[in-house]
Design a protein around this ligand. Structure first.
Ligand SMILES: [Zn+2]
Length: 136
């Protein structure tokens, strides 16, 4: 990547970055520097993937690795119809999975019973053989 390494001060959470931003704003307003409120209003907080942390700066700054927020944090809004379809699909899926699990449990129980039957048969055969040889 051609991005220059990020040298901004990282904040662990968005909350901390916003607090710091509020402080900066208060300070700069007090100083009435030439940028005035205008430049400051554009300053925001954004998520830096390089740091895995939040920075103060202009949203959409010229860093490709900087985003205004982690993508996963932006909730996707679904319509009621979409939600209903999603739920129905989930329900059907769960039904299938539950049936499959019941089927598997049945198979396991069957196999277990079969194993017990074989064990019993084996023991009986051994007993019979030992008896025949006069050991029992
Ligand atoms: Zn950074």
């Amino acid at each position: 990547m051609m991005n220059k390494p990020c040298e901004k001060k990282p904040f662990a959470t968005q909350r901390l970055a916003l607090d710091a931003l509020a402080n900066v704003r208060r300070h700069k307003m007090h100083r009435r520097d030439r940028q005035g409120g205008h430049g400051l209003r554009q300053i925001s907080v954004y998520y830096c993937e390089e740091h895995g942390a939040w920075h103060l700066g202009r949203a959409g700054a010229n860093y490709k690795n900087h985003q205004t927020a982690p993508k996963s944090a932006v909730p996707k809004i679904s319509t009621m119809g979409e939600l209903r379809r999603k739920f129905r699909k989930l329900e059907q899926q769960m039904d299938r999975e539950r049936k499959h699990r019941v089927f598997l449990i049945g198979k396991i129980v069957e196999a277990d019973l079969e194993q017990q039957r074989l064990d019993r048969e084996m023991r009986d055969a051994q007993d019979a053989a030992l008896k025949e040889m006069g050991y029992l």
